[in-house]
Write a protein that binds this ligand. Structure first.
Ligand code: HEC
Length: 160
């Protein structure tokens, strides 16, 4: 009798662990982002994010972020240590006082962001650490998510 309880307890413990594991990682399958309502940008990539500061793009980007990125980069882009803190990418841009420097800082951060999101990333052993989104994201989706992250970055700078 004791033996059965032990085995059942072990099985229950294992199930609990397994579900915690699923919760921690969430769904990391790339999901397309519905960008209906944003000005269409076409197939040729623009130089820097045309949606920065656009409230609708920020709202759409926040949903896209939640479905695609939050499982690894943290809810509300608050990194939990599993993956880099995405609020660092344009951190210096939001506090830049020269308009020209600010624009060029954001453009560099856009280029970097677009590159990583489209291509993904592998570690030195060749294992995929960050998925590639080139097959599911439109240009509109990439810039909407970046607009959301830039808004979060600016909000963080204000509260710190
Ligand atoms: C499966 C987990 C996972 C998912 C999902 C994921 N990432 Fe990542 N991401 C990572 C990891 C891990 C790294 C660090 C990669 C490395 O250095 O090997 C990374 C790196 C990055 C970087 C570079 C950060 C830096 O500081 O250099 C950007 C930008 C990025 N991710 C954006 C995104 C966006 C946007 C999404 C959603 C569309 C996303 N990631 C989804 C795990 C993930």
């Amino acid at each position: 009798m004791r033996k059965i309880t032990g085995a059942a307890g072990l099985a229950a413990g294992f199930l609990l662990l397994a579900s915690v594991e699923v919760m921690a990682h969430g769904d990391v399958t790339p999901h397309p982002v519905d960008t209906t309502g944003l000005p269409p940008l076409g197939k040729t990539w623009v130089d820097s994010n045309p949606y920065r500061g656009n409230a609708k793009a920020i709202a759409i980007g926040s949903v896209g972020y939640y479905h695609n990125c939050a499982a690894c980069h943290g809810l509300n882009a608050e990194a939990g240590g599993m993956a880099p803190d995405l609020l660092q990418i344009a951190k210096d841009c939001v506090t830049e006082t020269s308009a020209e420097e600010k624009a060029s800082c954001f453009k560099d951060s856009d280029d970097y962001f677009k590159g990583v999101v489209l291509e993904g990333h592998k570690n030195s052993e060749g294992r995929v650490t960050m998925p590639s989104y080139s097959s599911v994201f439109t240009q509109e989706a990439v810039w909407a998510i970046k607009a959301y992250l830039d808004k979060r970055t600016a909000d963080e700078a204000k509260t710190n």
